[in-house]
Design a binder for this molecule. Structure first.
Ligand code: HEM
Length: 383
C-alpha cells in the first residue's frame, strides 16, 4: 500500500507518484498514516471551499512545551485558526498587509547579491530567496537595520512554530528567541501611524478591547514573516529553475508568465491539511467526522481534467492562473499577488542586469519536508 506522506528530499519526481494516484485513487484512504489523500482538482477545491473541513490543531494541550509568548503567537495565527477567530485574525493580517509601504526591491536584491557573490558564483537560495521576501516586508514597515538582521537570522528557527511535530531542539530555539522578536515587532509597529487607528477600527467592529487586539496584530505580523520566509523562498527558487531550463527570460512579461506557470507546474507548497468536522461524502467516499485529510495541491495542478498537456511547462496555456498553489476558499493565501509580483521583479532584475545566468549543478537537493518542495541550494554563475 502506498504512503501518501513522504519527505520531498527522498523523491526525485513526486509528480509521477501523484499521476499514478490521480489515475487510480483520486480520493485515497492511506491506512498507514490514517489520513485521506486527495489528488484531483475537483475534490481538492470541494474540500478547501467547505468550512466543515477545518484546519487541524497544532500543539494540543501544549504537548510541545512552548513558552508563554510562543503560545500567544501560535494561538493567534490566522493560518491555523477556524470559525469566528479566523474571521478576525484574517482581517487583521489583511489590514497589516494593506499598510505596507512600497519600497524599491531592486536595491535590496543588489545588496544581497553583492554581499555574497564570489568569483561570479552565488547560492540563489541562501543568499537571496531566504532573505528577500522577509526583508521586503520588514523594510516596507520601516524596521531598523539591526532589527532586520535579527529577524532574518532567526526567522528560520521561528518558522518551525507552524510544524505539527517539533523536535526538542526546534522548541528550544523557538522559546529562546520568541521574546525578543515579539518585543522588537511590537515596538516598531506601535511607532507607525497606522497602528492605533487599526487597533481602534478592529476593536470597534468586533466589540473587543484594543488591548486584546494587540497580541493578534503582533502574532500575525510574525505569521506574515514566517510564511514569506518559507513559501516566498520557494516561489523564487522554483521559478528560477524553470526559467533557466525553459529559457523564458527575454522579457518581463515572459518572466511573469513563467512565475505563474511555475506555481502550477512546480509549486513550493505541495499539500495542506484539514480535519472533517462531520461525516461528508466526497465523490463516492464517506469521510467521517474527525478524519484527517491531506489535500495534494501539487497533484491538482497536474490534473488533466483541468489543464491540457498537464506535464508540459507552457507559459502560454490560457488557464495557468487557475492553479491551486495558493490554496482556494476561506484560507486562500493573502499574499498571492504580492508573491507573484515580488518574484517577477526579482527575477526580471536578475536577468536584465546580468546577461548570462547558468545553473552550476543540474541535480537539485530538496529540504526534508513533507508539505513543501524547497531546493536546499541553487548554485548559479552570473556574468
Ligand atoms: C510574502 C509571502 C507570503 C505571505 C506573507 C503569506 C501569508 C499567508 C497567510 C497569512 C496565509 C493564511 C491565510 C488564512 O489562513 O486565512 C496563507 C495561506 C496560504 N499560503 Fe501564503 N503567504 C506567502 C506566500 C505564499 C506562497 C509563495 C505560496 C505558494 C505558492 C503560499 C501558499 C499558501 C497556501 C497554499 C495557503 C493556504 C493554506 C491552506 O488553505 O491550508 N503562500 N499565506
Amino acid at each position: 500500500m502506498a504512503s501518501s506522506l513522504f519527505h520531498q528530499s527522498d523523491v526525485a519526481d513526486p509528480y509521477s507518484i501523484y499521476k499514478g494516484m490521480l489515475d487510480k485513487n483520486p480520493v485515497y484512504w492511506d491506512e498507514i498514516n490514517q489520513i485521506w489523500a486527495i489528488y484531483s482538482y475537483e475534490y481538492c477545491v470541494q474540500i478547501l471551499k467547505n468550512p466543515k473541513f477545518e484546519i487541524p490543531l497544532v500543539n494540543l494541550d501544549n504537548e510541545q512545551k512552548l513558552n508563554e509568548t510562543a503560545l500567544v503567537i501560535l494561538s493567534n495565527l490566522t493560518r491555523l485558526s477556524n470559525g469566528i477567530q479566523h474571521k478576525i485574525t484574517r482581517e487583521i493580517a489583511m489590514l497589516l498587509f494593506s499598510n505596507m509601504n512600497s519600497i524599491a526591491i531592486n536595491q535590496i536584491i543588489l545588496q544581497l547579491i553583492e554581499n555574497d557573490l564570489y568569483e561570479n558564483k552565488i547560492d540563489w537560495v541562501n543568499s537571496v530567496c531566504k532573505k528577500l521576501p522577509v526583508l521586503s516586508i520588514l523594510k516596507s514597515f520601516r524596521f531598523k537595520e539591526e532589527d532586520c538582521d535579527f529577524i532574518t537570522e532567526k526567522i528560520e528557527a521561528l518558522s518551525k512554530i507552524m510544524l505539527p511535530k517539533k523536535t526538542d531542539e526546534q522548541v528550544k530555539l523557538i522559546n529562546d528567541n520568541v521574546g525578543k522578536l515579539y518585543f522588537i515587532i511590537e515596538k516598531q509597529l506601535s511607532d507607525l501611524p497606522f497602528y492605533k487607528p487599526l487597533l481602534i477600527k478592529v476593536s470597534e467592529k468586533n466589540d473587543v478591547s484594543a488591548e486584546e487586539i494587540i497580541p493578534i496584530v503582533i502574532s500575525n505580523f510574525i505569521g506574515l514573516c514566517i510564511q514569506s520566509y518559507d513559501a516566498g523562498r520557494g516561489i523564487l527558487s522554483n521559478s528560477l529553475l524553470q526559467i533557466i531550463r525553459n529559457k523564458t527570460f527575454s522579457k518581463k512579461i515572459e518572466i511573469e508568465k513563467s512565475v505563474v506557470e511555475t506555481l502550477r507546474f512546480d509549486p513550493p507548497i505541495h499539500n495542506t491539511r484539514r480535519i472533517a468536522t462531520e461525516d461528508i461524502l466526497i465523490g463516492k467516499n464517506h469521510i467521517k467526522k474527525n478524519d484527517s485529510v491531506l489535500i495534494v495541491l501539487a497533484s491538482a495542478n497536474r490534473d488533466a481534467e483541468r489543464f491540457d498537456n498537464e506535464f508540459d511547462f507552457n507559459i502560454e496555456r490560457m488557464n495557468n492562473n487557475e492553479n491551486l498553489a495558493f490554496g482556494i476558499g476561506g484560507h486562500i493565501c493573502l499574499a498571492k499577488y504580492f508573491s507573484i509580483n515580488l518574484a517577477t521583479e526579482a527575477l526580471w532584475y536578475l536577468f536584465d542586469q546580468y546577461k548570462t545566468i547558468r545553473l552550476l549543478e543540474d541535480k537539485i537537493h530538496y529540504e526534508p519536508l513533507i508539505n513543501a518542495r524547497l531546493p536546499k541550494n541553487i548554485w548559479i554563475s552570473i556574468l
